[in-house]
Design a protein around this ligand. Structure first.
Ligand code: NAP
Length: 311
């Protein structure tokens, strides 16, 4: 029985599949071209895809024997869940394993944007650092500012915890009230009051372009936008405009399109700090994600309920 793993994974988790006598096909490239995915998935009973593989009905049609899609991510917006449900294919994901790592990166982006860290590093590297000056590279003081969290789930709450240590006040918006010691506001109220808006909701039809032009301009003048959720939550071109004068800056680990092409106007904004979708890129985190994906996959193939089901 064949299992397709669409990238090499850190750690030894895949050995467990081999020990069970499964044929494990691991794609070795940096990315997996669509045609190759369609070809390689044929005859597979299990699939471990990454966020960059679009797993839609066409893929599932090719993989007539497919029983489980064990996502190597918590977000499952790259998988057509309805198509999987209709075919009786189970879909699983890796919640919790990457919560701390992604929350850490969100704070890294916040500090980088607020205190102009990347501009400072470039300034020093490029030989411009000639003297200390009271007005050089002035940024935002975080203490006392309000952080508004959109999507107060696992990662949103981990970001809130970390933000408190920096003296930030926290507010949030979500569809369901939570038993949390922070004010829950409507999105509109949040945008009016927050000095920093951090996105942590999944990408769904409801959240697609949630931060459109109108909402970006409804943010406070001089505010910061952080997105470590999914690029599709933000209208990218509207953000480029908002960064020219309205917003203080943006910290983005995810973009739309993704990857962001090298000539994209966002890269020309010095107040945009962009990382290449590396929220979960801690070695231990990525190894743990692999272990979870393998456990979920094996559970389905062995007729057990997977620990982290989506479908
Ligand atoms: P989670 O625990 O499910 O939290 C997501 C929260 O979003 C839920 O609590 C949900 O709360 C809220 N939500 C859903 N729709 C909303 C809406 N329309 N408006 C406001 N809130 C909404 O998921 P998580 O583990 O924190 O992960 C969140 C997302 O982060 C993932 O879906 C993934 O896309 C992204 N992510 C990115 C990276 C990275 O590498 N950058 C790594 C991990 C995860 P309610 O139901 O109460 O509204």
């Amino acid at each position: 029985m064949k299992v397709l793993v669409t990238r090499t994974l850190p750690g030894k988790a895949l050995d467990r599949l081999r020990e069970r006598g499964l044929e494990v096909v691991v794609h070795q490239g940096l990315f997996l071209p669509r045609e190759e995915l369609l070809r390689k998935v044929e005859g597979a009973v299990g699939l471990i895809p990454t966020v960059e593989d679009r797993i839609d009905a066409q893929v599932m049609e090719r993989a007539k024997t497919l029983r489980v899609i064990a996502c190597y991510s918590v977000g499952v917006d790259h998988v057509d869940l309805e198509a999987a449900r209709a075919r009786g294919i189970r879909v699983t994901h890796t919640p919790e394993a990457l919560t701390a790592a992604t929350a850490d990166l969100t704070l890294a982006l916040l500090l980088a944007v607020a205190r102009r860290v990347v501009e400072g590093v470039d300034y020093a590297r490029q030989g411009q650092w000639q003297a200390w000056h009271p007005e050089l590279l002035l940024g935002l003081d975080l203490e006392g500012l309000t952080l508004g969290i959109v999507g107060m789930g696992r990662i949103g709450q981990a970001v809130a915890q970390r933000a408190e240590a920096f003296g930030l006040r926290v507010a949030y918006t979500s569809r369901q009230p939570k038993p949390l010691p922070y004010p829950r506001l409507s999105l509109e109220e949040l945008l009016e009051t927050a000095d920093i808006v951090s996105l942590h909701a999944p990408l769904t039809p409801e959240t697609h372009r949630l931060m459109n032009r109108e909402r970006l301009w409804a943010m406070k003048r001089g505010a910061i936008l952080l997105n470590t959720a999914r690029g599709g939550l933000v209208d990218t071109l509207a953000l480029v405009e908002a960064l020219e004068g309205h917003l203080f800056g943006a910290g983005l680990d995810v973009t739309d399109p993704e990857p962001l092409p090298p000539d994209h106007p966002l890269y020309r904004r010095p107040n945009a700090v962009i990382t290449p979708h590396m929220g979960s890129a801690g070695r231990r985190t990525r190894e743990r994600m692999a272990e979870m994906a393998v456990e979920n996959l094996l559970a389905v193939l062995e007729g057990r309920e997977p620990p982290n089901p989506v479908v």
